[in-house]
Design a protein around this ligand. Sequence first.
Ligand SMILES: [Zn+2]
Length: 101
Amino acid sequence: MALVRTECPTCGTIEIQCATVTVLRRADGDPMDYEFHCPRCADEVRRPLSPRHVLVLLENGAALRQLGEVGDPITSAEIVLFARMLEEPGLLERELARLLA
Ligand SMILES: [Zn+2]
């Protein structure tokens, strides 16, 4: 099991298993945190997470929890439009080309 070295405010430097960490994701582009229960004092600790460590934690078994809303919910008008695009030959391709232009 991969270990990660981190800090507990009470215990100082500690090592915890990546699989016991939860990565906390907010809206796109916002800084992330991670949280864990300290194996020594059992306190719940939350610390800032640098972007380069996100993948390392996730690849080694850390959980991911989404905080808050992600964008606006899909409206029924958008669903109707999408269904129409699927039925109309070439419309979806044209819309995709327009988005990528
Ligand atoms: Zn501790």
